[in-house]
Design a protein around this ligand. Structure first.
Ligand SMILES: Nc1ncnc2c1ncn2[C@@H]1O[C@H](COP(=O)(O)OP(=O)(O)OP(=O)(O)O)[C@@H](O)[C@H]1O
Ligand SMILES: Cc1ncc(COP(=O)(O)O)c(N)n1
Length: 273
């Protein structure tokens, strides 16, 4: 059976981030993709020009309508825009006992534009975090959630990943893409300890939507039955390949998108190796 995977996120008409990137990622992994939209974002590779928020009650309607009909095997959450939408998503997901939830706590776009109200970080930490199976913050998001300064090295990242887990989330993937160096290193903290996930840094300006792609790939792989650490490792591998494949693209003048290649060909719902 092909797994059904849901994204709850904002949009990107240029197809690099948000709902559009998530759906491409789900398809590339051979899963069936679905989307509940939280905000319509006028953005492209050069930045965000405006945001039209979806009323929280309509986000709830989308979720309830979907869950009433369709089995959802995993959920990826991205841009939530404000505290009311955060509370609504947390409430409806627990109402339906949603499982296998990945939260990418999107706060600020690569272009520097805010995608989450500054006063909503507390709602994210206190009301949504306890419901999720994996959180995937970048360095500034981890610092904001903890009320600390940003880590400047991988040892500091490991300590912050541990402190994030102590907030009540089962697993943390703290992403180190913003640190410079020959490798791009993330820290994965789970019940069994911490590990560094390191990949060669791809030299490219196509780095828009990397966090969206990584979290969506982890949700898709988890829905296919991989354990969490394997899902996260394979998701990072997929992302590195998608960044490399982006050299074939010619999309926009700013931070370009990654390219979603079909790595899996599902015959019975399981990826072929
Ligand atoms: N140049 C690069 N080469 C390879 N991997 C990278 C590169 N830049 C970022 N990554 C990886 O991409 C993922 C996302 O990293 P980052 O820390 O930039 O998150 P993010 O800021 O949330 O991303 P985005 O804002 O683009 O959604 C991480 O796994 C990181 O290691
Ligand atoms: C709808 C939406 N979700 C997430 C991001 C973050 O991606 P990036 O940091 O690469 O701009 C974005 N720009 N738009």
């Amino acid at each position: 059976m092909i797994p059904n995977v849901l994204t709850i996120a904002g949009t990107d008409p240029s197809g690099g981030a948000g709902v559009q990137a998530d759906l491409k990622t789900f398809s590339a992994h051979g899963t069936y993709g679905m989307a509940v939209t939280t905000a319509l974002v006028a953005q492209t590779t050069t930045g965000v020009s405006s945001v039209l928020e979806i009323p929280a009650s309509f986000v709830a309607d989308q979720l309830r309508t979907l869950f009433d009909d369709v089995r959802v095997d995993a959920v990826k959450i991205g841009m939530l825009s404000d505290a009311e939408i955060i509370r609504t998503v947390a409430a409806v997901l627990s109402e339906y006992s949603a499982r296998e939830i990945v939260l990418d706590p999107v706060m600020v776009a690569k272009s520097g534009d805010r995608l989450l109200a500054a006063d909503a970080v507390r709602a994210l930490r206190e009301e949504l975090l306890p419901h999720v199976d994996l959180i995937t913050p970048n360095l500034p998001e981890a610092a904001d959630l903890l009320g600390e300064v940003e880590s400047t090295d991988t040892a500091g990242m490991a300590l912050q990943a541990e402190r994030l887990a102590a907030l009540g989330v089962k697993r943390v993937l703290l992403k180190g893409g913003h640190l410079l160096g020959a490798s791009s290193v993330d820290v994965l903290h789970t019940e069994s300890g911490s590990e560094y996930l390191s990949h060669e840094r791809v030299v490219t300006s196509n780095d828009h939507g990397t966090g969206c792609t990584l979290s969506a790939a982890a949700a898709a792989l988890r829905a296919q039955g991989h354990d969490w650490p394997s899902a996260v490792r394979a998701a990072k591998e997929y992302l590195t390949g998608a960044m490399r494949a982006a050299e074939l693209l010619d999309v926009g003048r700013g931070h370009g998108p990654v390219h979603h290649f079909h790595r899996w060909w599902p015959v019975d719902g399981a990826p072929l190796s």
